[in-house]
Design a protein around this ligand. Structure first.
Ligand SMILES: Nc1ncnc2c1ncn2[C@@H]1O[C@H](COP(=O)(O)OP(=O)(O)OP(=O)(O)O)[C@@H](O)[C@H]1O
Ligand SMILES: [Mg+2]
Length: 265
């Protein structure tokens, strides 16, 4: 795994990034002076309270939103337009109801003019990897919430993106489905050696998946601390019960308690 500051391996570089939104009631400073470097193949999670600018950061990293100040670079190039080398997954799967599971995945392939036959084969393979073999022709209303989110993950991966950006992808799911999807995601990411920027409210999810966890302060979001997670890989569900795992979770919890994000009565 790479580490921050390792220039040869730097994939995403965020430098002194701030974002101020102009609203009718004045300016809202969403992000304040964020800097970090993500290495190729590294899994970084951001955790922080609601409104601290996590989605804003993801949109800026995707090139979908301009920063107010500071710089975003990918492989040494300034990001100044929507990036085409990424896959994005949002909290809600946003599927077209009149297209089948495979049809929804193919949307991405069509938008990119990919070879139809090859893309469909890859779409089927991806669906099978996430446990949806046999569901290719089902429509969204025939799928559960977890299945829909799996389809949206496949759609984000159809074009072999280098960089996967995920904004609370499992937030709306039940605990068991969430556990399964976290395991599926780990397998996919490892197999494809993907670089992932992952946003979550769940401390356990962040610790489980990440090489490093970026803990954010309340708005305006600053980086409070970056925590290296040195648990061996692949991570297993049983690892969540270990003292090492508990210690990492505790560190993040303590930061939230210290900043008033959480209050014990
Ligand atoms: N388009 C916008 N115009 C004005 N203000 C915005 C806009 N988008 C976000 N904000 C404000 O910026 C701040 C950060 O929003 P953002 O959505 O990035 O937070 P978040 O950390 O993703 O929150 P959550 O965990 O609830 O998803 C919030 O105060 C929000 O109200
Ligand atoms: Mg958000």
């Amino acid at each position: 795994m790479t580490t921050a500051g390792d220039d040869d391996q730097a994939y995403l570089r965020i430098e002194n990034l701030s974002k101020v939104y102009a609203t009718r009631d004045g300016e809202v400073r969403a992000l304040n002076d964020i800097s970090f470097v993500q290495g190729r193949g590294e899994f970084i999670s951001h955790v922080g309270p609601s409104g601290c600018g996590k989605s804003t950061l993801l949109m800026i990293a995707a090139g979908l939103l301009p920063p107010s100040s500071g710089a975003v670079q990918v492989r040494g190039r300034t990001v100044d337009r929507p990036r085409t080398d990424i896959g994005i997954v949002f909290q809600s799967p946003v599927l077209l109801e009149w297209r089948s599971a495979l049809g929804n995945i193919m949307l991405q392939a069509e938008a990119r003019n990919m070879n139809r036959k090859e893309a469909a084969a890859r779409g089927r393979e991806l669906l099978s990897t996430v446990g949806l073999a046999g569901f290719e022709d089902r429509f969204p209303h025939e799928l559960s919430g977890g299945m829909r989110q799996r389809v949206s993950i496949c759609r984000a991966l159809i074009h072999h993106p280098d960089h996967l950006l995920m904004d609370e992808p499992f937030g709306a799911l039940d605990a068991l489905t969430r556990d399964q999807l976290v395991l599926d995601l780990q397998a996919l990411v490892t197999e494809r050696r993907m670089t992932v920027l992952f946003i979550t409210h769940s401390i356990a999810e962040a610790v489980f998946l990440s090489d490093r966890v970026v803990v954010m302060t309340p708005r305006p979001g600053c980086i409070d601390r970056i925590i290296d997670i040195k648990l061996p890989r692949p991570r297993t569900l049983a690892m969540r019960e270990t003292p090492e795992f508990a210690e990492y979770s505790r560190q993040i919890l303590d930061l939230f308690l210290a900043r008033g994000v959480l209050r014990e009565h």
